[in-house]
Design a protein around this ligand. Structure first.
Ligand code: ADP
Ligand code: MG
Length: 359
């Protein structure tokens, strides 16, 4: 179904080959894992399968990549994406719409599918995955895990035979990763060909039929799924890979339930005190926090499953969320939203999205 023959690729503006002498064949209904340390070429392999190379990423390409015996360099990107669906590392980067159902309709609409079928499909798929309540939701209000699940579902509203996933677990907590595994398992049963680039391995055990271990742009080793599962922890570590042991960390506490009994050991002037913080969207109570004491001059981690309200809490805490209701005191002095906005800086991921406060 997919065949790489003596494939070499060098990105434009790069003096180093990114993929070197790749020869491999992926058959229909196989689940394939590409793994290896960051920069080894996993993403680039996927870009060759979904046509982003050479249609959006340019460079020098020699050798061949064929899908169903057709060389991708001769194929129109529209024909490639008829056959291949992609799920990227950062779900936000692949949305074209603001509302869940619009996003799910986007690809089939572009391929001129019958509107009645599109509507029915979306309804069925959301029901199948118990996500009916999400149909009219704004994508940007979804948690990371929920966004990623919607990305996966776009692969169902337009049923391409091949699905490529690039580090799909990278923004997910353990529960969301398990849901991702369930979706991949379903696809496998339905006969899809699934190609995943990952360095987080445990959730793919028992799913991957073959594993390509890449190093510096080359396929260094090839394992069957079973062989790969048997690689001892130490050897995996030497390969630069994460353990395949299923070390699950589960944090079930809702933010709303946090209390810090040790708080009274701090003096008032060394504390940020949240008497209460409530935030509702329509009828849904997203945050209901009472009596939290945060010691100042300290680093505090807020942990929890995708969707429990970590980011919402941060936004409310900094004063960014207009509709939250709270009483927050810093060193005993009550501060309203405006005052808190002047006091804090919120850094989101790698981007400084907003200069909020100067601490
Ligand atoms: N758009 C690009 N332009 C130039 N070099 C790139 C580009 N994308 C990736 N590379 C380089 O290609 C190599 C392989 O990258 P990538 O395929 O992203 O690896 P991985 O997904 O395994 O981390 C790296 O050296 C990376 O810096
Ligand atoms: Mg990558």
């Amino acid at each position: 179904m997919i065949k790489f023959t003596n494939l070499n690729f060098k990105y434009m503006n790069s003096d180093k080959k990114c993929l070197e002498n790749i020869n491999l064949e992926i058959k229909k209904n196989e689940c394939i894992l590409f793994t290896g340390v960051s920069g080894c070429g996993k993403t680039s392999i996927l870009r060759l399968i979904n046509g982003l190379i050479p249609n959006f990423y340019f460079g020098e390409l020699t050798g061949q990549v064929c899908i169903d015996d057709e060389n991708i360099t001769n194929m129109d990107i529209r024909d490639i994406s008829r056959k291949v669906n992609s799920v990227f590392q950062n779900p936000k980067s692949q949305f074209f719409n603001a509302i869940v159902e619009d996003e799910l309709a986007f690809k089939p609409e572009n391929y001129n599918m019958n509107p009645k079928d599109i509507v029915k499909n979306i309804k069925d798929i959301l029901e199948k995955y118990k996500l009916k309540d999400f149909q009219k939701r704004n994508l940007f209000t979804l948690s990371g895990g929920e966004k990623q699940r919607i990305c996966c579902l776009t692969s169902e509203t337009f049923p391409a035979e091949i699905i490529v996933l690039d580090e799909p677990s990278s923004n997910l907590d353990v529960d969301s990763i398990e849901k991702l595994r369930e979706i991949i398992t379903k696809w496998k049963k339905e006969g899809k060909t699934i190609i995943i680039a990952e360095h987080r391995l445990w959730y793919l055990m028992g799913l991957a039929d073959r594993v390509y271990y890449m190093k510096e742009g080359k396929i260094e080793r090839t394992f069957s799924g079973n062989e790969f599962e048997d690689i001892p922890y130490k050897a995996l570590k030497e390969m630069g890979l994460r353990s395949n042991q299923n070390r699950k960390l589960k944090f079930y506490s809702r933010i709303g339930n946090i209390t810090d009994n040790k708080a009274n050991k701090y003096k008032n002037n060394n504390l940020i005190q949240i008497d209460y913080l409530k935030f509702r969207v329509k009828e849904k109570e997203l945050l209901d926090i009472k009596n939290i004491f945060l010691p100042m001059n300290s680093i505090i981690g807020i942990v929890g499953l995708n969707g429990v309200g970590k980011s919402t809490f941060m936004n409310c805490f900094c004063g960014l969320e207009k509709k939250s209701k709270e009483v927050i005191k810093v060193a005993g002095i009550k501060m309203d939203k405006k005052q808190r906005l002047k006091k804090a800086i919120l850094l989101c991921r790698m981007l400084i999205t907003n200069y909020l406060l100067k601490a």
